[in-house]
Write a protein that binds this ligand. Structure first.
Ligand code: ZN
Length: 493
C-alpha cells in the first residue's frame, strides 16, 4: 500500500520539480536577455542627444526640455510601452486613450523686493529692515504674507528644545545647525510659531551677511515655480535668515551667547512679503511608460523606476548640458525600457517615469505623487530613483536610505545583494542627499519604500562642464542592470 501510494506522489514531485526548474530556467533566460539589452553603446548614443547643446540644458520649462520629453516618448512608443500619462479614460489599460505625458501646471511667482520689508519693534522704538540687506529668504518663500508677533528664542529648534515652549502666534529666533530645515519648520510649526528667524550662532563668523542677502534677493526676485494645486502652493512657513546685527536687535540687547530656549526677548517682529502681479503659468510634462504585469493579481502592484530628465538650462550665455545630472539617469532609464522589452512581462507591473522640474525643487515628482496616473485599482508599491550615475570611480556607488536612516527598507538590502554582480562590491551612503532628489516625494507623499542610486557629485556638478565626454557609459549600464536585477527580484517575490 505504501509503495503504491508513494509512487504517484514521487512522480508528481519529479514533475513539479522539473516544471519549476524549467520555469526558473526561462525566468533566468529572460533576465539574461534583459541584462544583455542594456548596452553602453546605446546609452552613449542616447546621451549624446539628450546632453547636446541643441537641447540648451533642458531647463523647466523650455523647448529643450520638451524636445527631450518627445525623444523619450518616441522610444516608449517604439518599444510598445503602454501610455500612462493623464487622459480621458483613466480606468483601463487595454484600449486606454491616455498619452505618455503626465501634465501638470506650474506658476511662477516673483517676490516684489521693493514692497517686501520687515520691522523690529522694541518698546517705543522700532527699526526698519531692508530685504536683501538685513534679511533674506529662499525662493520657496515667494508668497504674499503679513505676520506680526513677539519674538521668543528657540535654540536650534530641535524637537526636545521646543517640546515645552509656547510659541503660539510668535516668531522663533533660532540658530543655524545641522538640523534639516524641514525638521526645523515642522518642530516650530507644531508649537504654533508663525515663522522662524535664523541667525548664525555667536561662536561662528556670520553667514547671513549683507552680501549674501543681496545675492539671495536677486535670485528670489527672478521668481519661484510652484506646482498649481499643490499643498505647498501659497502655504509657506516663513523662514527668514538675519544678519548678526539684526539678531542682536531681535534679542533686545541681550547677549546672544547666553540665551536659553524659551527666553522671551521683549521685541516684536513684523514681516510683509509682496509678490508681483500677473504670475506666469506653464504646462509641463512628466513622461510615463507602463509595462503591465502578467499575474492578474500581482500586476496591480506597480514598481516605479524614476529619473529626472530636466537640468538647469543656460546661465550667462553658457549651456549647462547636464550630461551626468541627469542625462545619465535619463538614458539609463531608456536602457531599462529596452531591457524590459527584451524580458517580456514580469509578474508585477512596472512604471518608468521621467520627471521634469527636479532642478526647480522636485516639482515633477511632487505633481505625480500628488495625483498618480495609474489604472483604477493599481497602486505604487516602491520607487527606485536614479540621478547622476555616470561619473567617479567605476566601482563607486552610493545608496540611501541606509541602515542609519529612518526610511531604511528592504530595497537597500536587496540592492546590496545585487550590486556586487555588476561591479559594485560595496555601497556607500548618500543619506545626506535624502531631500535632494525625487525619491523623497515618493516616500513622503505616497509612503512607499524607496531607494536612491547615485554616484556622487564631482567638480562639474551644476557647471557648464558637466558634458558627455566625461561620462562613463559602462557605469551607467551597470547601474541600470542593478535596477533590472532589482525589478526581476521584486517582481518575482
Ligand atoms: Zn541637479
Amino acid at each position: 500500500m505504501l509503495r503504491f501510494r508513494i509512487r504517484p506522489f514521487f512522480f508528481a514531485c519529479v514533475l513539479l520539480g522539473s516544471a519549476s526548474l524549467a520555469g526558473a530556467q526561462s525566468a533566468n533566460a529572460a533576465l539574461e536577455r534583459a541584462l544583455a539589452a542594456v548596452r553602453p553603446a546605446n546609452i552613449e548614443a542616447d546621451l549624446r542627444f539628450i546632453a547636446s547643446d541643441e537641447l540648451m540644458g533642458r531647463d523647466t520649462p523650455s523647448s529643450g526640455q520638451r524636445i527631450a520629453a518627445r525623444f523619450i516618448r518616441a522610444r516608449l512608443q517604439r518599444l510598445h510601452f503602454v501610455p500612462m500619462g493623464d487622459g480621458e479614460a483613466p480606468s483601463a489599460v487595454e484600449g486606454d486613450t491616455r498619452g505618455y505625458f503626465d501634465h501638470y501646471r506650474m506658476r511662477r511667482s516673483a517676490v516684489d523686493t521693493e514692497a517686501s520689508h520687515a520691522k523690529i519693534e522694541s518698546g517705543p522704538a522700532g527699526s526698519e529692515l531692508a530685504f536683501g540687506r538685513d534679511y533674506y529668504f529662499y525662493p520657496t518663500g515667494a508668497v504674499a504674507l503679513e505676520r506680526e508677533g513677539e519674538v521668543v528664542f528657540a535654540g536650534e529648534a530641535r524637537a526636545d528644545e521646543v517640546a515645552s515652549l509656547d510659541l503660539e502666534g510668535k516668531w522663533a529666533l533660532v540658530f543655524d545647525s545641522d538640523l534639516p530645515w524641514r525638521e526645523r519648520e515642522a518642530n516650530l510649526a507644531a508649537r504654533g510659531a508663525i515663522g522662524c528667524l535664523v541667525a548664525t550662532p555667536p561662536d561662528r563668523p556670520d553667514e547671513h551677511t549683507a552680501g549674501r542677502a543681496a545675492r539671495m534677493a536677486s535670485w528670489v526676485s527672478r521668481g519661484q515655480l510652484q506646482v498649481v494645486g499643490s499643498e505647498e502652493e501659497g502655504a509657506v512657513f516663513p523662514d527668514d535668515f538675519v544678519a548678526r546685527g539684526v539678531a542682536k536687535k531681535l534679542a533686545g540687547g541681550r547677549d546672544l551667547s547666553s540665551l536659553e530656549p524659551g527666553a522671551v526677548l521683549g521685541t516684536r517682529f513684523l514681516e510683509r512679503r509682496a509678490v508681483e502681479d500677473g504670475a506666469e503659468e506653464y504646462e509641463l510634462e512628466n513622461v510615463a511608460g507602463f509595462w503591465p504585469g502578467s499575474d492578474p493579481e500581482l500586476a496591480k502592484e506597480v514598481l516605479i523606476v524614476s529619473a529626472h530628465y530636466d537640468h538647469v538650462g543656460v546661465r550667462d550665455g553658457q549651456i549647462y548640458n547636464g550630461a551626468d545630472d541627469n542625462g545619465s539617469g535619463t538614458c539609463g532609464l531608456l536602457a531599462i525600457a529596452e531591457a524590459l522589452a527584451a524580458h517580456g512581462p514580469m509578474k508585477r507591473s512596472i512604471l518608468l517615469l521621467w520627471v521634469s522640474g527636479e532642478e526647480k525643487g522636485l516639482k515633477g515628482s511632487e505633481a505625480w505623487t500628488l495625483a498618480p496616473t495609474l489604472p483604477e485599482g493599481y497602486r505604487a508599491v516602491s520607487d527606485l530613483n536614479i540621478d547622476m550615475i555616470g561619473r567617479n570611480a567605476p566601482d563607486y556607488l552610493l545608496v540611501t536610505p541606509t541602515r542609519d536612516h529612518p526610511a531604511y527598507n528592504r530595497l537597500t538590502r536587496m540592492i546590496e545583494e545585487v550590486a556586487p554582480l555588476e561591479g559594485f562590491p560595496e555601497l556607500g551612503s548618500c543619506d545626506e542627499y535624502w531631500e535632494r532628489s525625487d525619491h523623497r516625494n515618493f516616500s513622503v507623499n505616497l509612503g512607499i519604500p524607496v531607494a536612491f542610486l547615485f554616484s556622487d557629485v564631482h567638480e562639474d556638478y551644476h557647471q557648464p562642464t558637466d558634458t558627455v565626454d566625461k561620462i562613463d557609459f559602462d557605469k551607467i549600464a551597470r547601474v541600470s542592470r542593478v535596477v533590472v536585477r532589482m525589478l526581476d527580484r521584486l517582481a518575482r517575490e
